[in-house]
Ligand binder design. Structure first.
Ligand code: PLP
Length: 462
């Protein structure tokens, strides 16, 4: 019989499929390693099985024990799949940036899920990693998988993903392109391929534009599970030890728009329904291949399925809301309305007095943002944490609820609603009316582009 004794034995052995249409006129072949074909739905199955096996062997995880992990979703699915088979309980801490589908998926495997805020510094007790570590410490019989610092994670790829790619390409692979989250995939696969090829394989990291791995300033970005974000109040930025930086020969840095729209093209032009990080990787691979010829062979790793992101990357309304899709042309869009320039920003720790001075004379509300004030770069949507107006602050001072030297954050109104520049003006107006808001922040490519009021939208709708 051609059967598996257990689901766990079916992990790995994923297909390598040539990209035929998104490659256009490129002459270098580009092959996609379809990691979403793994039984738990992502590349993370490999690390999950390896980490649990190693923990059992070391006596860290015993029958009836609890698997605990901080995960953006896929590692959790892999761990939960193995845990279900072997009778372990699972508790996962997951950032609220992760898609609703991923959270629902973990619960479907019977795991307990604790959703943690994404926008907090690394040292904050509610940070995903801190939460997972605390739950593990407080739960008898618990084992913290800690994919960021678990050598079994990169080793899984050194032992399986790397050898598979070498075998599948008959040793012809010249370039490996992959994203870097914990770094396990690129480290293990890259180190194996370099070793077996005598250093001939070039390893290229595919990184979100703002990620610090490739030298960005660590501000937020939209693609999930790859790159490295640094909250401005983080005291010490730690990189995972699962990532060995010397393995990466160079990086391609990919803006969110290019990542997300490449993922969309993969589905529409290749029939490959993959996630946003696969979009980043393929966008990088296309750039790499542009400098190569027919004797080269590029392998790009597609970590997970687009089914994880049907409400995000693969939803046109979501893409348009965050400013990643342009107007579809038929109806007046937000971009056709009069968009006011955004005034100066204030930081949450600025005083009420200073915020009042800033807001006084500003045309609209002043945004409270978590960023260090740098006029040379746009503010990302997730950095906007509130809005204040001069009237609001004056009223708070007059009623005695605020003092001039208080930090402004507790006195700010919640952040304004957001609308995408390519959204229909009528839909944006309806959204403002529904939320009883006078104005919205207009987004382009996930960044703050301006402010639009109800009356400007009404004029555009005509
Ligand atoms: C969708 C997705 N892409 C990429 C990665 C990054 O892989 P690694 O952690 O091995 O660097 C992950 C890891 O969780 C992921 O879930």
């Amino acid at each position: 019989m051609d059967v598996y004794a257990s689901l766990v034995d079916a992990v790995g052995g994923t297909p390598l499929v040539r990209l035929n249409r998104v490659t256009g006129a490129l002459t270098a072949p580009v092959y996609a390693k379809l990691e979403y074909v793994n039984p738990g739905g992502s590349v993370k199955d490999r690390a999950a099985v390896a980490m649990i096996d190693a923990a059992e062997e070391a006596g860290l995880l015993r029958p009836g024990g609890t698997v605990v992990e901080g995960t953006s979703g896929n590692t959790g699915a892999g761990l939960a799949m193995v845990a279900a088979q072997r009778g372990y309980r699972c508790v996962f801490a997951i950032p609220d940036k992760s898609s609703a589908e991923k959270i629902a998926l973990l619960r479907a495997y019977g795991a307990e899920v604790v959703v943690c805020p994404s926008g907090v510094p690394r040292e904050h007790p509610d940070h995903v990693h801190e939460t997972a570590a605390r739950i593990a410490a407080e739960t008898p019989g618990a084992w913290h998988a800690d994919q960021y610092d678990n050598p079994a994670n990169p080793l899984a790829h050194y032992r399986s993903t790397g050898p598979e790619i070498w075998r599948q390409t008959a040793g012809r692979v010249t370039h490996l392109v992959a994203g870097v989250g914990t770094g396990g995939t690129i480290t293990g696969t890259g180190e194996y391929l370099k070793e077996v090829s005598g250093g001939r394989v070039t390893v290229v990291g595919a990184d979100p534009e703002a990620s610090v791995y490739s030298g960005g300033d660590g501000r937020p970005y939209f693609v999930e599970s790859i790159g490295h974000f640094v909250h401005p109040e983080t005291v010490e930025d730690l990189w995972p030890s699962s990532y060995h930086p010397p393995v990466v020969d160079r990086f391609e840095t990919i803006p969110d728009r290019e990542s997300l729209l490449t993922a969309r093209r993969l589905a529409r032009e290749e029939g490959l329904l993959a996630g946003g990080s696969a979009g980043t990787a393929v966008a990088a691979a296309l750039r790499v291949a542009a400098g190569l010829g027919p004797d080269d062979l590029v392998v790009v790793l597609l970590p997970d399925s687009g089914r994880n992101y049907l409400s995000k990357v693969h939803d046109d309304d979501w893409l348009r809301r965050w400013g990643f899709l342009d107007a579809d042309g038929a109806l007046p869009s937000v971009g056709d309305a009069r968009i006011a320039a955004v005034g100066p920003h204030v930081r949450p720790t600025d005083t009420v007095e200073r915020a009042l001075a800033t807001a006084h004379g500003a045309a609209g509300p002043v945004l409270v943002t978590t960023v260090a004030l740098r006029p040379d770069r746009p503010v990302m949507a997730p950095e906007v944490i509130g809005a204040v107006s001069a009237e609001r602050l004056r009223a708070a001072i007059a009623s005695g609820t605020a003092r001039g030297d208080d930090p402004v954050a507790p006195h700010a109104a919640p952040a304004l609603p957001v609308v995408g520049r390519g959204e229909s003006a009528a839909a944006a107006l309806a959204a403002l009316e529904e939320q009883a808001a006078e104005a919205a922040v207009v987004l382009l490519d996930g960044t703050v582009h301006g402010l639009v009021g109800r009356s400007a939208l009404r004029t555009a709708v005509g």
